[in-house]
Design a protein around this ligand. Structure first.
Ligand code: 13P
Length: 334
């Protein structure tokens, strides 16, 4: 696989006005989301839910691709079309989550490291055959007393860079995600500092592992105060702080940056993205790769009647895709 082909895929992922829908919840995480709205966590319900999301009419107007979980990429529509094939037939790029989740970092209480490198080359080879063209790995950085440590940041950056190099070797675009969590009482300046040091470490590690940035997408968290911080920030403050942090750490050659929603309200996630694009021109396209901020409203509606609310839940998915697609252009009309 040439760098040019990886770069072409990466650019298509952040095509103007388009973003990614993250539907890669592990079986445990989707269990929590389903429990919140009273849906039984069966394989058929998980399949039907992902079918509802992915077959939303005209989704490809605002969605360039979707990140799936291992179970989902092996599932099909009720008519028997594998989800990955359904997506590529409809002009959307199939993606796959390849990390194996976070585990306690030995020797560093309160910190985690993402696992999943063992056997990754063979798994990527299989995912490519199943149709995936990009792959996501999420690292989690906590903020707290004396946390994060440099060791935690470096361990996570090293793993992200090793996974990214393997992805490119196997023809998949790595979507590297170092998520600085919103949990805690820290202020926005602290989030800025932690995000800055995390991104510096990440791009250093990517360089050391010979990862081609032209064929890489960054999935970033926004610079926001902790959920428990007394002083919350305005939309413009978040947009300015996030842009300043990214501009000082992320090389301009990167094809694009997409954001996670991380527990922000639907409106906040859209408003922040819109504000950052209004402040442009920026060195890279800025778009979205939202999970909760794309799905919550639709999940709520679908849960009330899995059969009769199928189409109305899809209308909600489309509306969220359109709003976020407009925000990716800085043209969201609230
Ligand atoms: P949220 O937008 O719900 O944070 O999920 C995005 C994601 O893929 C986190 O890894």
């Amino acid at each position: 696989m040439s760098i040019e082909q990886l770069a072409e895929t990466a650019l298509a992922m952040v095509a103007p006005g388009k973003g990614i829908i993250a539907i890669d919840e592990s079986t445990g995480t989707i269990a929590k989301r389903f429990a919140g709205v009273g849906i039984e966590n069966t394989e058929e319900n998980r399949r039907a839910y992902r079918e509802m999301l992915l077959t939303t009419p005209n989704l490809n107007q605002h969605i360039s691709g979707a990140i799936m979980f291992d179970e989902t990429i092996r599932q099909s529509t009720k008519d028997g079309v594998p989800f990955a094939k359904y997506m590529s037939d409809n002009g959307m790029i199939p993606g796959i989550k390849v990390d194996k989740g976070t585990h306690a970092l030995a020797g560093f209480p309160g910190e985690v490291v993402t696992e999943g490198l063992d056997g990754l080359r063979a798994r990527l080879e299989e995912y490519y055959k199943l149709g995936a063209r990009f792959a996501k790995w999420r690292a989690v950085i906590n903020i707290g007393d004396d946390v994060p440590s440099g060791t935690c940041i470096e361990a996570n950056s090293h793993a992200l860079a090793r996974y990214a190099a393997l992805c490119q070797e196997q023809g998949l675009v790595p979507m590297v995600e170092p998520e600085v969590l919103m949990d805690g009482e820290h202020d926005i300046e602290t989030c800025f500092e932690v995000t800055e040091v995390t991104l510096r470490s990440l791009f250093d590690a990517l360089y050391q592992q010979n990862v081609a940035l032209e064929g890489t997408i960054l999935k970033a968290s926004m610079v926001v105060p902790g959920k428990g911080c007394d002083e919350q920030a305005s939309v413009d403050e978040v947009a300015e702080a996030t842009l300043m942090c990214l501009k000082s750490t992320v090389p301009a050659i990167l094809p694009g940056i997409v954001f996670l929603s991380g527990g922000q309200s639907d409106d906040d996630a859209t408003a922040h993205l819109d504000a950052m694009n209004r402040l442009g021109p920026n060195p890279w396209p800025l778009s979205f790769s939202y999970g909760r901020a794309m799905q919550s409203a639709a999940l709520q509606l679908w849960s009330k009647d899995l059969v009769n609310n199928f189409a109305s839940a899809q209308n909600t998915v489309f509306a969220r895709a359109r709003d976020n697609g407009m925000a990716a252009l800085g043209k969201w009309d609230r």
